[in-house]
Design a protein around this ligand. Structure first.
Ligand code: NAD
Length: 287
């Protein structure tokens, strides 16, 4: 038996269509500002992809490319200017930042209503308090992927491997809000496989290639692989792989592929967050 594929492309298309429809219903074009510092190749490629998809979806997008050694006050001044600008609706600072820029200070400097990455402490608090706000895109994207493929969550046992503020923690909060019973594992969790084998829904965001193998998965479970790794393949080429070993497809009931699972959901959800932010700032509710 091979697991059902939790494909991201069709699910992302639904989110993008919703973003396009809601953006078109607004009196102004939602404007996303993407800020990056330095020339990390992965960050360059992510920002390029977000900018391109924003334009394709009918949003305005502006990229601010700052030098690797941009002083913190200069970045904070840009965030203050965009936060005060009524024509800027969404602000995203691409991570990772150069080492001299503390992420917490940067994240707290964005107007929470424009914080489309959902990392501002106020938005983090809203997520855990079950109040409306902007939540992190990958976590929302994972929930949207599960919803699209009609994976039930209420009353089910969910295990999240990873507790980063970017994926593990927010996805745990969203699963809890969806009435799942949630356990969060991390690098200090002993006997990981004993926990993961209890999961009806297993979310793996550990950043460790092929950490989860077939014996760690309950037969029939739904497994979402968030990890992305570029590993050397045959003939000097690179292959993209995740945190879940491909053999898990023989045990799981459903499995998200890498690439083509969570990845497309993250960008689509960012654009939906930008439209939501614009609606809030313009005093509109979702159509
Ligand atoms: P991170 O390094 O910030 O966090 C990893 C977490 O996993 C930590 O909490 C750590 O304690 C835990 N962990 C590490 N090794 C473990 C182990 N052996 N057992 C149990 N827990 C362990 O990473 P992140 O930012 O959360 O990203 C995780 C992965 O997801 C990475 O591969 C990243 O590239 C990928 N990612 C993908 C998307 C996407 O859109 N598809 C978005 C964000 C991150």
């Amino acid at each position: 038996m091979s697991a059902t594929v939790l494909a991201g492309a069709p699910a992302a298309l639904v989110l993008l269509e919703e973003a396009r429809r809601r953006a078109a219903a607004l009196p102004v074009q939602p404007h996303l500002h993407l800020i990056r510092a330095g020339s990390d190749p992965a960050s360059l490629s992510y920002v390029r992809g977000k900018d391109r998809q924003a334009r394709l979806t009918g949003l305005r997008s502006t990229v601010h490319a700052l030098p690797q050694d941009v002083p913190l006050p200069e970045l904070l001044a840009l965030l203050a200017r965009l936060s005060a600008d009524p024509e800027a609706h969404g602000i995203l600072v691409q991570l990772p930042l150069p080492a001299h820029l503390p992420p917490a200070a940067v994240q707290a400097a964005t107007d929470p209503r424009k914080d489309v990455d959902g990392f501002h402490p106020l938005n983090v608090g809203c997520l855990w308090a079950g109040q409306p706000g902007l939540a992190p895109c990958t976590a929302l994207g994972i929930l949207a992927l599960l919803r699209h493929h009609q994976v039930p969550l209420a009353g089910r046992t969910a295990v999240v491997v990873g507790r980063s503020p970017v994926v593990g923690r927010p996805v745990a909060g969203l699963l809890l809000a969806a009435d799942a019973t949630v356990t969060v594992a991390h690098r200090h969790t002993p006997a990981l496989s004993r926990l993961t084998r209890q999961a009806d829904v297993l979310i793996v965001a550990a950043g460790q290639p092929h950490l989860v193998t077939a014996h760690m998965v309950q037969p029939g479970a739904t497994v979402v692989d968030v990890g992305i790794h570029r590993l050397p393949g045959a003939g000097g080429q690179f292959v993209l792989t995740g945190d879940v070993h491909p053999e898990v497809a023989q045990v799981a009931g459903a499995l998200s592929p890498v690439p083509g699972g969570v990845g497309p959901m993250t960008v689509a959800q960012l654009l939906l967050n930008t439209v939501q932010a614009a609606e809030t700032q313009l005093g509109r509710s979702a159509a």
